[in-house]
Design a binder for this molecule. Structure first.
Ligand code: ATR
Length: 270
């Protein structure tokens, strides 16, 4: 039996335990997966003290987890934030599976050539890195300029939401902010957002389990839209593959998805 957990603050709302436990049961593994509220403790010390084989990391610890890992693999090196830990002897190997989760979630949105991401936090970073690797024209818009520096360095287009060019056409518009999660906010001024969405084909919200004002606007404008459920699912599927060194079957994915849906009514962010 191996032990896993999700580190976060807050973490009580996380659906990862039900989803990952369903995955382990499907694979007939008696592994456990808990929630660990991490405040100011050292993540590496706790990881080894709890005798974990792996973990997920959620808000606000993804950057801290990146800095604490011994080995960082893949896209996570560019994103500089991680959501998955794997123990390898006395070392922690870290990955970011949010990029994979996002690309799987938007797989049905085709054809795609230009994407607007609203928000510039850790989730937006994972998405921008994935889109850039896929050679899609990417623009990041944030309400404040500070966090745009990362994206300027990455080489994607950036703007503040106040200065956004509403005449530009984006195939896909993504909400990677927390606007609409626990409030009725739009991620940018309602008027500007309506003008941007009017020319777009698809809309994706990283928030799951709730009809945000952002998604409601897409619905009203008859634009194909999706919430963040599949992104949550597939980042978890990828973590499961990494922990168990297996390739996910449709059966495994369906078990994990059903577990998420059974918890219907809960909402959250990655
Ligand atoms: P995460 O790691 O989940 O992406 P984060 O790093 O806290 O979270 O980033 C949250 C993002 O949502 C930021 O881009 C934030 O904008 P600021 O950089 O200006 O703070 C954005 N955000 C949060 N609430 C918002 C709101 N009500 N309207 C617009 N943007 C919002």
């Amino acid at each position: 039996m191996n032990k896993y957990t999700i580190f976060g603050n807050p973490v009580s709302h996380s659906l990862s335990p039900v989803m990952q436990t369903a995955g382990f049961r499907h694979l007939q593994l008696d592994n456990t997966y808990d929630k660990t509220l991490l405040t100011d403790e050292n993540i590496k010390d706790i990881f080894f003290k709890l005798g974990l084989s792996g973990a997920n990391i959620t808000v606000p610890h993804k950057e801290y987890a990146y800095n604490s890992a011994d080995i960082v693999v893949g896209d996570a090196k560019t994103i500089k934030a991680v959501n998955t830990y794997i123990r390898q002897g006395d070392k922690i190997v870290a990955h970011n599976t949010d990029s994979y989760g996002f690309m799987m979630a938007i797989d049905e949105f085709r054809p795609l050539s230009s994407v607007l991401i609203i928000g510039a936090g850790g989730t937006a970073r994972a998405i921008a890195v994935a889109l850039k690797s896929a050679n899609l024209t990417t623009t990041v818009a944030n309400r404040t300029a500070k966090k745009l520096e990362f994206f300027d360095m990455l080489g994607v287009n950036t703007t503040t939401t106040d200065n956004i060019n509403t005449n530009h056409k984006y195939d896909l518009v993504v909400n990677a902010t927390s606007a609409g999660l626990c409030d009725s906010d739009y991620p940018m001024s309602q008027d500007k957002l309506r003008r941007v969405l009017t020319d777009s084909k698809y809309v994706f919200d990283c928030i799951y389990g709730t009809m945000t004002p952002f998604l409601s606007m897409a619905k009203q404008l008859n634009i194909k839209y999706k919430d963040g459920e599949d992104m949550l699912l597939y980042q978890g599927v990828k973590a499961m593959e990494l922990w168990t060194n297996t390739k996910a079957t449709k059966g495994l994915i369906n078990s994990m998805r059903s577990a998420l849906r059974d918890k219907n009514g809960k909402q959250g962010e990655l």
